[in-house]
Design a binder for this molecule. Sequence first.
Ligand SMILES: N[C@@H](CCC(=O)N[C@@H](CS(=O)(=O)O)C(=O)NCC(=O)O)C(=O)O
Length: 215
Amino acid sequence: MKIHDWATGPYPARVRIAIAEKNLRPRVTFVSVNLRKGEHKKPEFLAKNYSGTLPVLELEDGTFIGECTAITEYLDALDGAPVLTGRTPREKGVIHMMNKRAELELLDAISVYFHHATPGLGPEVEIYQNAEWGLRQRDKAVRGMHYFDGILKQQPFVAGEAFSMADIAVIGGLIFADLLKLPVPAECEALRAWYARMQERPSVKNRVTMSEPAD
Ligand SMILES: N[C@@H](CCC(=O)N[C@@H](CS(=O)(=O)O)C(=O)NCC(=O)O)C(=O)O
């Protein structure tokens, strides 16, 4: 299978981490799409993903699957032994909820801040910007950091007692925050400690190989 992505991107990181956690790296070929040149907004890419975002999974039969959550669910189901998306109905429900909350309250909010209140991917790509909206979303993301800090004060992982897709989504959010130099508030000690632990996971540490685009 192929993953069309941008090696150092926060959303691509989510799928790269999932691939590593499932030991699928030997079965995957990464195809780099240059966001800074707007390749993801060109017709040939939009034919792969109407939303014009990365990553996109391309299967051997030509099926394209966009959206990090959907790609992760596919990967996790491949060997019939899900470890990232839940084994029981309760686990699946809680993980899905916390994964979506990580997108709504943290990762997607930081993405809006990036695209609207910073130069983002440059004027060729950022054809409309609203700085006030971007700054409001930045503030929402900081509130989200406090929320996840509260969660992680009570439990070792974002969705409970085990590492899951929801942790990967929060990791993606903090990768994006790091890229934008948006600090995790000092008082969010549980979130900071959790993130330090996550960064020690080989799937997180080794998600980009030396031969891939630096930026
Ligand atoms: N909802 C999508 C969002 C994906 C997304 O925004 N990806 C970024 C890639 S990266 O910034 O994380 O590297 C993108 O394509 N951004 C390009 C753009 O929004 O123009 C998902 O979950 O896959």
